[in-house]
Design a protein. Structure first.
Length: 564
């Protein structure tokens, strides 16, 4: 089921990405085809990789047995018992089931990662219930270096489990130590704390949890060890635990992260130990009187008392994860689609605003330039009016369409001025009264670029010798492209190319800003067919014209406008 979900998510991601590319983002036709092919190739690679991983997982599962694993609907804690855990299990048994937990024996450090892999592949739903128990019996060691090295190895093995469990599992420690007198038949006593700095509680069957101070203040039963001696025993045990175990787990200087025990338990019960073991060495170093060594064939009691204190990660089913990812992909698609729609609408408004600004800037004498801009505004009006009646394109939607806000200003502008009956004489008059220089865009700019080439200065100087800034004359710089690519990108590119040429003329000749009018027509005004390479080359151009206008090119005398 997990593999099926991954395949569905991969296909959904590819589908939404193609929807963004083809429906919203303002790419040219070639760019859309190229990016769509990349998305399809990436989707194919992801599906192939997921297929390979699924086959590898199936092969791994065939080599893993279900022996000793809890059922899939088990509700209790899953405990990977590491360290000195032999006493928790019967001879020959690899697991132990209780009402609150399922103990799985891990005899060596290399087996721990295998157990994590086994559970992740065969019981993935139980992963939030898994924790690692570090069982510690200091009386089984006679050398401190052996104990430290073994504990460091277990820490490294615990950290390696995160590659299978998704995170480092919760770690808790339980230490079993013999009482001061092994000849007294006493029931096991548990001391617990949920954090390293929390108060220690005492638990005895039938009496529940109590603070240690209450337990020490109890009346001593005849024949028992004094409460004072038991308090010193507990303090020594806590001191040894902090120094030998907790400090090592929290040490992050060996290239491993610090591990904080989520719970600690101490059990006072007879444990068979080695002569001169670590516990005897510790007590002898403080009191010079080492405790007795117990001899028993019994195991150690299970730490059932601490199972209720273990943290449990919130169980998240594969179905919940799948729908969570679907929601995330849907939200991401919606956000990017709205961003693309916003960009498209801003470009639409900018194009119309430029046309309106130039239209209002031009006067009636001569009427030709204003008539041309009026025609552009009429084309914009027809386009927006058609979208208003039939519905705007998808790339302008998502509740961000701004077309209706500019329809009225366009309509008001085109109706506020009436050109002469025949526009042809006006155009002829402009061509007769104004000099137009036509520049090949490819000699000035790189393909799809609007920054002037390094060698463009020579072309501009040679071509613009006749263009002079004069009061009463407007320098109109217009950019044009072929029809390759989207209309929006072509219009933006043509406008930026015209602005680059305007900036060169302005900065080179120290010409005031009021002498210029810049317009980008995109592919709307071809001079040749776009069906042939030669025709498209002619259409990629920048035109500079001198148009008479009474109030144009006026600036303070300090700017030194040429009157030549």
């Amino acid at each position: 089921m997990r593999d099926i979900y991954r395949v569905i998510l991969t296909l959904l991601t590819a589908l939404l990405t193609l929807g963004l590319i083809l429906g919203f983002w303002p790419f040219s036709t070639e760019s859309r085809v190229g990016v769509s092919l990349l998305v399809l190739v990436g989707c194919g690679i992801m599906l192939w990789h997921q297929r390979a991983v699924a086959l590898h997982r199936q092969h791994s599962v065939r080599n893993i047995t279900h022996d000793s694993l809890p059922p899939e609907d088990f509700q209790g804690a899953i405990i990977l018992a590491c360290g000195d855990s032999t006493g928790l299990f019967d001879s020959g048994s690899r697991y132990r089931e209780t009402r609150q937990g399922w103990y799985l024996q891990v005899e060596d450090t290399w087996q721990l990662e295998g157990r994590a892999q086994q559970l992740s592949l065969l019981r993935p739903a139980l992963i939030p219930q898994i924790s690692v128990l570090l069982a510690i019996v200091p009386e089984h060691y006679s050398l401190a270096d052996d104990f430290t090295q073994g504990l460091q190895s277990w820490k490294r093995a615990i950290v390696q489990c995160r590659s299978w469990l998704g995170a480092i599992p919760p770690v808790w420690t339980v230490t079993w130590v013999s009482p001061l007198r092994t000849d007294l038949a006493e029931a096991p006593v548990w001391f617990t704390s949920t954090r390293q700095d929390s108060d220690v509680l005492v638990y005895q069957p039938g009496q529940g949890d109590r603070p240690v101070i209450d337990w020490l203040n109890e009346n001593e039963a005849p024949g028992q060890v004094s409460r004072l001696s038991q308090g010193l025993w507990l303090n020594n045990l806590l001191h040894w635990q902090n120094k030998a175990v907790d400090d090592l787990l929290m040490d992050a200087t060996a290239g491993l992260p610090a591990l904080r025990a989520c719970a600690r338990g101490f059990c006072r019960t007879p444990v068979s130990g080695l002569p001169g073991n670590l516990w005897q060495q510790h007590i002898a170093g403080i009191t010079t009187l080492p405790p007795e060594t117990a001899v028993t064939d019994n195991g150690v009691p299970l730490p059932e008392r601490l199972l209720t204190e273990l943290p449990r990660r919130k169980r998240v089913s594969q179905n919940m994860l799948f729908w969570g990812y679907v929601g995330l992909l849907g939200g991401l698609f919606l956000g990017l689609a709205m961003l693309a729609s916003y960009i498209n609408n801003q470009r639409l408004l900018q194009n119309v605003s430029d046309n309106l600004a130039l239209y209002h800037r031009l006067n009636d004498e001569p009427p030709g330039p204003k008539f041309q801009i009026q025609q552009n505004l009429r084309a914009d009006y027809r386009l927006l009016d058609g979208w208003q009646r039939q519905g705007e394109p998808l790339r302008y939607r998502m509740g961000l369409y701004q077309g209706p806000h500019v329809v009225a200003p366009i309509e008001s502008a085109v109706n506020s001025w009436a050109p002469p009956r025949s526009p042809t004489p006006m155009i002829q008059h402009i061509e007769e009264g104004a000099k137009t220089v036509r520049l090949d865009a490819m000699s000035l700019f790189g393909s799809g670029q609007f920054a002037l080439k390094p060698g463009a200065n020579k072309v501009l100087i040679h071509s613009l010798l006749g263009i002079k800034a004069k009061p009463g004359w407007l320098i109109v710089v217009s950019g044009h492209t072929d029809n390759i690519g989207s209309d929006a990108l072509n219009q933006t590119l043509s406008l930026k190319r015209a602005a680059s040429v305007r900036d060169w003329i302005r900065d080179t000749g120290d010409v005031p800003e009021s002498c210029f009018a810049v317009q980008g027509y995109g592919a709307m005004r071809p001079v040749a067919t776009n069906d042939t390479p030669k025709g498209r080359a002619l259409n990629r151009r920048v035109e500079i014209s001198l148009v008479p206008q009474a109030n144009a090119c006026t600036a303070p005398a300090t700017q030194g406008v040429s009157n030549d």
